[in-house]
Design a binder for this molecule. Sequence first.
Ligand code: ADP
Ligand code: MG
Length: 276
Amino acid sequence: MNVVVETSPPNAVAVADRPPARSAARLTVNRISKSFGDMIAVNDVSCSVSGREFVAVLGPSGSGKTTLFRCIAGLITPDSGSIHIDGDDIAGLQGRRRRRIAVVFQQFNLVNRLSALDNVLAGRLGYLSAWRGTFRQFSRSDRLLAMECLDRVGLLSKAAQRADTLSGGQQQRVAIARALCQQPDLIIADEPVASLDPTTGGEVLDLLRDIARSDGVGVACSLHQVHFARNYADRIVGLARGRVVIDCQADAFDEHAYQSLYETRPARMAARGTIS
Ligand code: ADP
Ligand code: MG
């Protein structure tokens, strides 16, 4: 991944010799299932996310979105099926190699008492030895990269500010900068705008879409708002009761798709203004 500084405020960090952009990697999920006791949370799911692609994952509560993302992020192991990034099996990516996938959460998951910059630097922990990580001994290039990532999300001027003094939208942008600082192939964002007002949520999705397109990172993002998915995503994957019931280009997500996903009558969708 190559982080590109697009604007140059007076205090912007100039990194002259950036590495060339990595070729965009492709995530392939092949027929994974995951049960909790008798509950089949994810049932024979296959889908993919290419580098530079923004895929929205839609579905009612309990449809398996978070479980699918936790499987992809390597936080839990599916009962069956496989997940690959290019040729590499996720199950075989132990420890530090998991840094190829970064996760953004609904509740931001920042360390409140740390500065924005120190939170972003946490994205480099997977690159440090255990000893250096314990004492947060980051290299100069790590610090420069973290500042560049903060600049990328428009928050360089907040670098020294404690995370818990930032607004919700700013905290989520710090979390995205932390994900970028990890230099991942893929960003998984589980309902990243659910705690934000619609305008701020739109700004965060704008940023994620731009990261997908400009930085060559695939983004998979679960959402509850259909209009956000249609406006920002390239493709929409719909889950219902743990199964993929829709996988289509965002502009092809129509009333019929909405109905099959939420099992409601089309008239309700129009009334709720979720589709035009
Ligand atoms: P979503 O994110 O779409 O709301 P989840 O993946 O969180 O859906 O949940 C899918 C189903 O799996 C739900 O019925 C949920 O109760 C169940 N589930 C998820 N995680 C666990 C768990 N750790 N233990 C037991 N059941 C779980
Ligand atoms: Mg969820």
